[in-house]
Design a protein around this ligand. Sequence first.
Ligand code: SF4
Length: 469
Amino acid sequence: MPKNEIAFLVYRALKKRKKDTSFDASDNIGALVIVDRLKEGLGLIVDYCSPETAKDYKIVLVSMTSTYDCIAFYQAVALIPSWQSGKRKFHVVAGGFGMQNPTTVRNFVDYAIFGRGEDIINNLVDTLMGGGVYTHESVMNLPEISPVVFCAAKGKYKNSIKLGRGVDWVESVLGCPGKCKFCHYTWAREQVGVEVYFKNDMGKVAKRKSEIMWKDIRNLKEATSIILTAIDGCTEKLRFAYGKRIKNSEISDGINHVAEIAIKGTGLDVYNILNFPGEQERDIKELESEIKKATPQKPIALRLHSTPFRASLLTPMSHCHVDISPRAYNLRNKNICSQENLKAFHSVTNEGPYSQLIVHVIDRAAANSDKLFHTICFSKKIKNSPALKKIELLMKNFDLSPYLREYSLDEKHPAWFLSSYTSQEKISNIKISVNNSIAKFKKGLIDDIPEASYLKDALTMDECAKEVT
Ligand code: SF4
C-alpha cells in the first residue's frame, strides 16, 4: 500500500504528441498547481497512480486538459471493475479545461470542478478525508447533472511552479479583453489586471515563440522569435461579425512589419478558424490572396493553421450550427505562395471533421448520448476506419443532429447547467447579434454592403471589450 492517500491518475492521452507524456514533460501546469496547493495548504504529498492502482488511494485526482480527455479517461477506466459506481471505494475529483460537460464521464467522477480549482481543492480534499460530502457553486456532485458557475481566479497564482525541465512557471496573464464571440477562454475566465500576453510563463519555451494579437503586431519593436498569432476568420466580414476585428489591409501590413523588425527574417504561426456559420467555400481564397499581397523585406515563413469552428460552451456562439465539412483537413500541407521573401503554406496538422464531431458529441452530450459515446471510445470498427468513414458509420447508427444542429435561443441547450462571470442576459443579447449576422450571411446581405462601409464604426479591441462586458 502507498503511504500517501491521494494521487493524480496517469492515463494515456488520445493523441500522443511527445515520447514522454508524464505530467512534468507535458507541462501540465494546472495539475502541478493543485499539487502545490495541497502540499502548502494541507501538507499532503500527491502520488501518481494508474487506473489499476487507483483503488489503493482514498482520493484520485483527474486532470482533463482538453475535451478529448473525456474519451481518454473513459477508455482508461470504464471497463475496470474497481471504477464502477457502487463498487468504487475511492473518491474521484476531476477538473481542467476538458471539464465543461461532464455527462459522458459522470459515472466515473464524483466531484467535477469547473474553472480554477486552486481555491477549492484544499477544502474539498479536507472534507473528503474527514468523511464528509463537499458542496460548492463551482463543483458538480456527480452523477447528477446540476447547475454550476465557472470559478474565475481572483488573481494570478502566487507561487512559481517548477516544471520538469527545470523551468519555473510564473503566471502572467488572466483572461483576455478580446471578447471574440467564439472564444471560451474570454467568456469563462474573467480578466484580472491589464496584461494580455503570456510573458515568459514557460521560460525557455517563451523565448522560442512570442504570442501576440494580430492587431498589436504593428506595435512590436523587434521579432527575435517565432510569432504566434491568430486571424480567426477567412474574410473581413466574418472576422468583424464574430468579434475579431482585423481588416484585410492589416494582414499584409502585419507580415511586412514583422519582416521590418526581424533581424534575419522569422516565422509566423497564424491560427485561423474555418467553417464559421455563414462562411462560403470560396472565402479561404480571400485570406490566401490577402497573404499574397505582402511584400516583406526579409524572409518570412507563414504557417496557416486552420481549425474548424467549434460552438464552444459558455460563448455567444454555443448555440450555433456546426458544419463538419472537411475544408480545413483538405487544405493540409497545401502551398499558399512561394514568392520573394514569403513562403506561406497550410499547416499539416489542420484538424479533421471527425475530431470536430466528437468534441461536439462531448460538449453537447445528454444522458441519451451514452451509447454513442461508448461506441466512439471502444468500437474497433470505428477505430480502424479513416475519418470520413468513421462519421459515415456513426451517422448510420445514431442521430448526430443534437450535436451539430443550431439551438434556438428559447430552447434548452444540452449544456444548460453552465454559467460564468458573464451574465446570461449579456450572452443572450450577443447571441441575437450573432443570429442576425448569420441571417445576413445566408441572404447574401453582408456581401451587398458597399466595400468597407461596415468598417466605419469599427471598434478597437478595448472598445469592443467595453461594448460586450
Ligand atoms: S483575442 Fe479573442 S480568441 Fe484570442 S484569447 Fe482573446 S478573446 Fe480569445
